[in-house]
Design a protein. Structure first.
Length: 579
């Protein structure tokens, strides 16, 4: 079995680098960029960035942003940076940095030499803060966090000015420098912008620019004892990097006046503009990084790469391909209003991709043994089976057939209903790629009454090429030869939540109370066809009549573990048909 190359990390991600703007899906941000290019803005440059905070793993919503930022740059002969907005050492880890870089590369994008960190700019940001103080536009405030919230006011009531708002420039400069020197405890003082405590936009009511944090930073170590707030560092980092189009999600729309205020008052050489698009909301999923962290830390899932998680690493382990995720992001488009996308569309995209690339194999997940009484004992014949009917270049493989086989328990009924076309006493079915068999007898466990074996006969003339190969029966079953069966563990994954909107709290339940108790079913003793004992993690297959599966990293020599990527049922296609 050869490894599926789509799981490996692309070296450069430039397979689509020749795309022109006409190839990129039209959207309102592309329209803005096209208008800017026609008007000669930004010296004809297009420069975007993907700026994650390294405080967790990326999820499918970030994939949309990655595809948009890198895709717009690629389509417009521009550049896209990867920048970590690492301004909060209390929540950031090198593990998250490494995972983010892996995810971006895996999705097929390359930042080339343009890897940056907001922490690269701490000294410049500090100098600009001193400038704001000297200009009378920032001050050191002694209110604590709770008092600052109380003074800020509400959406209907104006805020109150801090009693420290009118400190002299000299005093503010002295206090801010002493904050940096570590003279004060955490929470004792902050640096705030002096804007407008009566602004209808709460973000403009003297926001905090710096706070004291006596914690080591993953890159700067113990050098800094004060750290800039995200809203301050983000726009000015964009300016330092000469970003032209700063693209973010709608929740930052109310922050845009503050973004512009910093640019207008610091007056950096480059003046980026912020544009907002609708974030991705997905049914049966939570997309809050805080909630995803809670799922991991409270043990509801088995880590950030649990295949039930919407993280990119979780989807990768589940068996999703970067091509399917990029296709999904393209299909949902770029909108100005928030909406929820049916997860069935994401599942449709992976089916569409794997239908063409995944070889078909036979796997019996809940085995029921069959003995073909008129088949010679000890004989094994090797039958030709097509690897993938959807891919004419995939060729054939040989699988063993013998006297003892396994079929699915659900493919046999002792007393079947009228429209049951699988195996039953006295009935015939065809075994996929092999013979027609007939059930003659069933054997039960004397104590439990459970059916443990079927005794059957076969028609030797019904094999492909035989004189009765064209004889018709209504049922065709997949099977595995017992003599060469590969024993495996199979993990059947389903939606993590049993609610299509787990964020909705109108029912009085928190999101963790809506976890689907059947989101993971582990089956041991599954029987797979010969050859699958040597699979490599990441190899993907369609188990006939079962769904698409991927070999998990937990697989060991002669002990494969498979994750179900998605069932064969295509609910999205049905939704589209009804529409």
């Amino acid at each position: 079995m050869k490894q599926d190359s789509s799981l490996t990390t692309p070296a450069s991600g430039q397979e689509e680098s020749n795309k022109s703007p006409l190839d990129f899906p039209s959207n309102f941000i592309q329209d803005i960029i096209s208008a800017d290019l026609r008007a000669g803005k930004n010296q004809g440059r297009v420069h975007t960035r993907f700026p994650p905070e390294p405080n967790g793993y990326l999820h499918i919503g970030h994939a949309k942003s990655i595809c948009l930022n890198f895709g717009l740059a690629r389509a417009n002969d521009g550049l896209c940076n990867l920048r970590f907005d690492d301004t909060n050492p209390s929540k950031e880890e090198v593990e998250f940095v490494d995972s983010i870089m892996t995810d971006v590369r895996w999705l097929g994008f390359d930042w080339e030499e343009r890897l940056y960190y907001a922490s690269d700019y701490f000294e410049q940001l500090y100098e600009w803060a001193l400038q704001l103080i000297q200009d009378g536009k920032a001050y050191v405030c002694d209110l604590n966090a709770e008092e600052i919230r109380a003074y800020r006011g509400t959406l209907t009531d104006a805020g109150q000015e801090s009693p420290y708002r009118n400190r002299s420039v000299e005093e503010n400069l002295d206090l801010f420098k002493r904050m940096r020197a570590g003279e004060f405890e955490e929470g004792a003082r902050v640096l705030r912008a002096k804007i407008d405590m009566a602004s209808p936009n709460l973000n403009m009511r003297d926001p905090v620019l710096y706070r004291i944090l006596k914690q080591a930073h993953h890159r700067t170590g113990d050098k800094w004892l004060i750290y800039p707030m995200y809203d301050y560092a983000h726009p000015l980092s964009d300016a330092i990097e000469a970003i032209t189009h700063s693209i973010c999600t709608l929740e930052f729309a109310d922050h845009r006046p503050l973004y512009d205020w910093f640019i207008d008052n610091v007056k950096p050489e480059y003046e980026p503009r912020q544009y907002e698009f609708a974030r991705l909301n997905l049914s049966y999923t939570v997309m809050s990084k805080r909630k995803l962290r809670a799922l991991v830390e409270q043990g509801y899932v088995n880590g950030w790469d649990d295949p039930r998680m919407p993280t990119i690493s979780g989807l990768r382990r589940r068996g999703y391909t970067p091509e399917a995720i990029r296709d999904f992001c393209e299909r949902i488009g770029v909108a100005k209003r928030d909406s929820t996308v049916d997860i069935a569309l994401l599942e449709y995209c992976i089916r569409e991709d794997l239908n063409r690339r995944a070889d078909r194999v036979m796997a019996v997940l809940r085995p029921l043994k069959i003995v073909i009484e008129n088949y010679p004992e000890g004989q094994v014949e090797w039958l030709d089976i097509a690897n993938n009917p959807e891919n004419p270049d995939s060729g054939n493989r040989k699988i063993p057939f013998g006297r003892e086989l396994y079929i699915e328990q659900e493919d046999f009924m002792e007393d079947p209903p009228r429209k049951f076309f699988r195996l039953a006493p006295g009935r015939e079915v065809r075994l996929k790629g092999a013979y027609i068999i007939k059930c003659q007898e069933l054997i039960k466990d004397e104590q439990t009454g459970e059916i443990i074996q079927l005794r059957c006969t076969y028609d030797p003339d019904t094999k492909s090429g035989g004189p009765a190969a064209g004889r018709k029966v209504k049922g065709t079953l997949h099977w595995v030869a017992a003599s060469h069966a590969v024993k495996a563990e199979v993990r059947l994954y389903d939606h993590l939540f049993d609610s299509d909107n787990p964020d909705d709290d109108e029912d009085g339940k928190v999101f963790t109370q809506k976890i689907n108790p059947n989101s993971l079913l582990v089956l041991n003793g599954c029987m797979l066809e010969a050859g699958l004992e040597k699979v490599q993690p990441g190899e993907r297959f369609q188990f006939l009549r079962q769904g698409y599966f991927v070999a998990d990293p937990d697989s060991k020599t002669d002990a494969p573990v498979f994750n179900r990527i998605v069932p064969l049922r295509d609910s999205w296609a049905k939704i589209q048909k009804k529409g």
